[in-house]
Design a protein around this ligand. Structure first.
Ligand SMILES: Cc1cc2nc3c(=O)[nH]c(=O)nc-3n(C[C@H](O)[C@H](O)[C@H](O)COP(=O)(O)OP(=O)(O)OC[C@H]3O[C@@H](n4cnc5c(N)ncnc54)[C@H](O)[C@@H]3O)c2cc1C
Length: 502
């Protein structure tokens, strides 16, 4: 077998998965048909648990100086529509928006602040990191065929020197919404067709003040200017694009801006443009034999609220260590199937909330009324908390068959002291290993995990206000077990990290 895992697609999710697999020593190749990073303007931020994923592997530090949400608000000039936003002072802790209504920090669980970074900045950092970790990234190589059997997958590819074949143990499709891996393997991809045509673009126009900054619903749809200079987001509700593959033209953009703004604005140059719709579809399962899906390949939804990368990073963080366990030979039975059972509901929720956002952005007097009611509700602390949880996946709880309040939840980033040195959960998580945090200096707890030495790293630490005597944290940051019952600890280690060594 020449490779353990072949990943198709070097978008943010394929690249992050490559980093995760390399952290665990898995021989990984990434096939990417593009010869360079796609320059089209897409994501501008990664929020919620997606930000935590990047912080806990130290990747947020590789992005260089980036603006904050407060910078993007432009000192309050953006004029978002919610009551909270208009009363929010510059520098208020904004964590995102729901259909253009700002959401303030204040979820039921702690989370890192959004990371404001263009998709290209993130992809460049991830590409460098993955390559430094030893991933074999092949640009200009497209997947063309897949044949799998009980022992592995034969992958047909077309590279600069012509067609060739690779043999691998596992194949992961991170090849985006129109995934060839998904289609060639025959994954079912049910969902709802789109009704909108949206454009996001960086344009030059003859009258830069043709429309106010911020998000605004109009007679025909929704038009937003900012937060980046020259950026427009235009959404019309007259049906999906006729040809989604055709290049976006200057004329098409100008016509949409004119219809939405009711002006005669002229687009004089287009620097970047993308077209989207609101079809929401999700693969029924994320695994067929030795072929898996992650990121947009597994689920598509409209971009409102900017959740796509965060969702995909959550997939990759969940899948990486489980796939590595399979490759290493110590994976317990059924571990890899928990990838679908844990991640499918998370994406279903995003599909659902983006459909709700489309409904709230539609034109017309009934939606005007609905939006007024929704805005009033969203301005209450409780509804703000619900939206923060929903958009950031903060309240996600996996079924880990343990009953402590922390079990199944994302481990908070506790400030720790280890051997007199200040550290944190986020810092200890960088190696991507399962962690047993012994927070009450209990030799029995440390002794209990000795049969998993080499798989589980035991750390004795002090934490002010420790939430439990000990916490077992999976590599994706979720708590597998917490408490003091060593019998339960051993069961959790066996369930997630395989049989104990003699
Ligand atoms: C207008 C817009 C705004 C957005 N804003 C945000 C935001 O603010 N925040 C956020 O989190 N998300 C946002 N998103 C969503 C985000 O861009 C996507 O969720 C993200 O790109 C998905 O990453 P991915 O790696 O799964 O797929 P992709 O980024 O689509 O990457 C797939 C890769 O696979 C490659 N590929 C495809 N087929 C093959 C093949 N046969 N062989 C080899 N390679 C192949 C492609 O070239 C591509 O590089 C936005 C999306 C849009 C359209």
């Amino acid at each position: 077998m020449s490779y353990d895992v072949v990943i198709v697609g070097a978008g943010p999710i394929g690249l992050f998965l490559a980093c995760e697999l390399r952290l665990q020593g898995v021989r990984t190749v990434v096939l990417e048909r593009r010869t360079e990073i796609d320059p089209t303007l897409k994501a501008g931020a990664v929020a919620g648990r997606g930000a935590d994923v990047l912080i806990r592997r130290g990747i947020s530090e590789l992005l260089g100086d980036q603006p904050t949400m407060a910078d993007l608000m432009g000192g309050g000039k953006l004029g978002a529509e919610s009551t909270q936003a208009t009363t929010a002072k510059p520098g208020a802790p904004l964590v995102g928006h729901f259909a253009g209504l700002w959401i303030l920090r204040g979820g039921s669980q702690p989370a890192g602040m959004p990371i404001i970074a263009g998709q290209q900045v993130l992809e460049a950092a991830l590409e460098k990191h993955a390559t430094e970790l030893g991933a074999d990234l092949r640009r200009g190589h497209a997947l063309t065929g897949i044949t799998q059997d009980d022992t592995g997958v034969s992958v047909a590819a077309e590279g600069p020197e012509g067609p060739y074949e690779l043999r691998t143990g596992w194949l992961v499709g991170c090849d985006g919404g129109r995934s060839a891996v998904r289609k060639l393997t025959g994954f079912a991809f049910p969902g709802v067709d789109g009704v909108i045509t949206g454009h996001q673009a960086i344009v030059e126009v003859d009258d830069p003040d043709f429309f106010p900054l911020g998000w605004h619903r109009t007679e025909h749809g929704m038009l937003a200017r900012g937060p980046f200079p020259q950026r427009v987001l235009a959404v019309e509700f007259d049906g999906p694009p006729v040809d989604r593959s055709a290049p976006v033209t200057r004329e098409e953009l100008q016509a949409s801006l004119r219809r939405l703004s009711g002006t005669e604005v002229t687009v004089t140059a287009v620097h970047s443009a993308t077209r989207f719709t609101d079809n929401t579809r999700q693969a029924e399962t994320y695994r067929v034999g030795r072929v898996l899906l992650a990121g947009d390949a597994a689920h598509v939804h409209p971009p409102f609220g900017g959740q796509g990368i965060a969702l995909g990073l959550g997939d990759a963080a969940n899948l990486g260590w489980k796939l590595a366990a399979e490759v290493s030979g110590w994976a317990p039975d059924g571990l890899l199937d928990t990838y679908t059972t844990e991640r499918h509901p998370a994406a279903a929720r995003v599909l659902h909330n983006t459909r709700a956002q489309v409904a709230l952005l539609a034109p017309g007097p009934r939606v005007d009324a609905l939006r007024d009611v929704f805005t009033a509700l969203a301005s209450t602390a409780e509804a703000n908390r619900l939206l923060t949880d929903l958009m950031g996946d903060l309240d996600l709880r996996y079924d880990v068959a343990a009953d402590h309040p922390l079990a199944g939840r994302y481990c908070p980033d506790l400030a720790l002291t280890v051997s007199g040195t200040a550290t944190s959960v986020a810092w200890l998580a960088r190696g991507g290993r399962p962690l047993l945090l012994d927070l009450d200096d209990r030799p029995g707890v440390r002794h209990a995990v000795r049969p998993w030495a080499g798989r589980v790293e035991a750390v004795t630490a002090r934490a002010d206000g420790a939430p439990a005597a000990a916490v077992l944290v999976r590599p994706d940051g979720y708590v597998a077990w917490a408490g003091e019952d060593v019998g339960g600890l051993r069961e959790a280690c066996t369930r997630w990290f395989g049989a104990p060594r003699e």
